[in-house]
Design a protein around this ligand. Structure first.
Ligand SMILES: *Cc1c(COP(=O)(O)O)cnc(C)c1O
Length: 493
């Protein structure tokens, strides 16, 4: 199966090449030329398998240029290496009226691990398969979470190294500790004297710097990124929709063929799009509920067909959803229209005017998607109420999805089984969660973890609590104008 651009360039690439390239030459995103189809026997067949075996089967349908052995190796290194704190990888937690799909059992306690543990393995294998001589240096600018997830994924991976830039003083104490204690000889973490935008524009400049490209070429190094539009980050996410369905089946909560709804806390539209792929492949998915915070550009889009980013930007207690451009939506528009010229023109309008309108396509989109949003106050009271009712602590992002799932049921009367997709451990956002639970917010990060342990009667993830005793390995700081020197120092180490 080959991959082509959503914006029309002719050449189709193997999945290995698409994963190495990341983004198509015309600025479009790589999409599979056709979608693999599964039948009831396939779904029944994966029910008795482990998560890792389910992953091998589903990845094999998309990554047809990888051998079964290669995929198995990638999956083992990603999920079976002891970095996940539970054997199920993505377990379902049953609540009274829904199940919570916990995607936060990876090394950084958030759902990005599901994909960022696997992408580096797929990329490293792709470099070997395609006979690529150069090594790759992944550059990341982070406001906190993605940087750590990428570091964990790329640490000690062959042929690839990673450098992360974060704003000095611009990330939480826990986030900083997570990054500066990162192990692996191929990792580097540098604080930038500036804010997140300085770090991000600095990284963009490095990517666009032809002189630097030449310098690195002589050293046999190419720059690449690990952002969420890479196909290698999307495809691992299809797996857990199948896995959740299989778990419901195995638990006797549904019969084979019954449709299940999913409510997904959404930012860049990557997670929920993976659910749409699963549905197109034949998984019995009913509605996909797109849950947003006050940055509700997707809610408006899914209700009106008009995507308009010209609006105020809010900093919320669900920072991973503070996004006004949901890049992965482009893939959905491509699959639904099959019209690369149209997609390219919408994306051009978005860049030039800040908005576009999909007109009649809205009806088809609404057949599958439903949308709602929740502000910070509603999010906090949801965390409070669910804990009071069911003794289960939701993280802030998951609470947004929980609220949307309730609104959906109330408004439509659709009572098919509901899975609320949980994208982070509540410990990762302990200050807001404790506040929601009516506890006083401790200043010291480990006191926060302890307070939440006591309140919820659960254990903090080891990846967070163990930070207290870990050695600080990355002390580099640079000015925003000297990021190139920091990069070259790392390369020449
Ligand atoms: C990245 C992230 C999201 C948003 O996921 P998208 O794939 O960008 O829609 C939601 N919650 C958390 C905790 C995240 O880290």
């Amino acid at each position: 199966m080959n991959y082509k651009s959503t914006r029309g360039s002719k050449t189709a690439l193997s999945s290995a090449k698409a994963i190495i390239k990341g983004i198509a030459e015309d600025g479009g995103l790589f999409v599979p030329e056709e979608l693999p189809q599964v039948d009831a026997a396939f779904i029944e067949g994966i029910t008795g398998l482990s998560y890792d075996e389910r992953a091998e089967k589903i990845l094999g349908l998309f990554l047809t240029d990888y051998t079964a052995e290669e995929i198995k190796g990638c999956v083992n290194r990603a999920y079976a290496s002891g970095k996940f704190d539970c054997a199920e990888r993505a377990p379902l937690h049953p609540l009274k009226n829904e199940s919570v799909l916990e995607l936060f059992h990876g090394p950084t306690s958030a759902f990005k691990d599901m994909a960022l543990q696997l992408l580096p393995q797929l990329m490293s294998t792709a470099l070997k398969k395609t006979g690529e001589k150069d090594d790759i240096l992944i550059l990341v600018a982070t406001s906190g979470d993605t940087g750590k997830a990428a570091l964990e994924g790329f640490a000690n991976v062959d042929k690839i190294s990673i450098q992360v830039f974060y704003p000095e003083g611009g990330v939480s104490d826990i986030q900083r500790l997570q990054m500066v204690t990162q192990e692996g000889a191929n990792t580097c973490v540098t604080a930038v004297r500036g804010n997140f935008d300085d770090a991000q524009s600095g990284v963009k400049r490095l990517f666009g710097d032809a002189a630097l490209e030449k310098k690195l070429e002589k050293k046999g190094i190419r720059l690449s990124s690990a952002n969420s539009i890479n196909w290698g980050r999307l495809v691992p996410q299809v797996v857990y929709y199948f896995s959740a369905y299989a778990d419901l089946l195995a638990a006797g909560k549904i019969k084979l063929g019954d449709e299940v709804n999913f409510s997904v806390p959404t930012g860049n539209f990557g997670n929920i799009l993976a659910g749409w792929y699963a549905k197109q492949m034949g998984l019995p998915v009913g509605k996909l509920i797109c849950a947003s915070n006050s940055n509700n550009v997707l809610t408006d889009f899914l209700r009106t067909g008009r995507y308009d980013r010209k609006r105020d930007f809010y900093k919320t207690i669900t920072p991973s959803m503070d996004i006004l451009i949901s890049s992965n939506l482009e893939r959905l528009l491509y699959h639904m229209t099959g019209d690369t010229a149209k997609v390219a023109s919408w994306m051009k309008e978005l860049t030039e005017t800040g908005a576009y309108d999909v007109g009649d396509l809205l009806g088809e989109i609404q057949n599958t998607f439903w949308a709602d949003w929740a502000d910070d106050a509603a999010t906090k009271s949801c965390i409070h109420d669910v804990f009071a009712r069911e003794g289960y602590v939701l993280d802030t992002h998951t609470a947004v999805a929980y609220i949307a799932s309730e609104c959906y049921r109330e408004e439509t009367g659709d009572n098919r089984p509901m899975v609320v997709v949980s994208t982070a451990s509540p410990y990762k956002f302990a200050p807001s969660v404790l506040d929601a639970l009516g506890e006083k917010a401790e200043a010291e990060p480990f006191a926060l973890l302890a307070a939440l342990e006591k309140k919820s009667n659960t254990k903090a993830p080891i990846g967070l609590s163990s930070l207290k005793t870990k050695e600080v390995r990355h002390k580099g700081v640079c000015d925003k104008d000297s990021m190139e020197k920091a990069l070259l120092d790392f390369v020449d180490r």
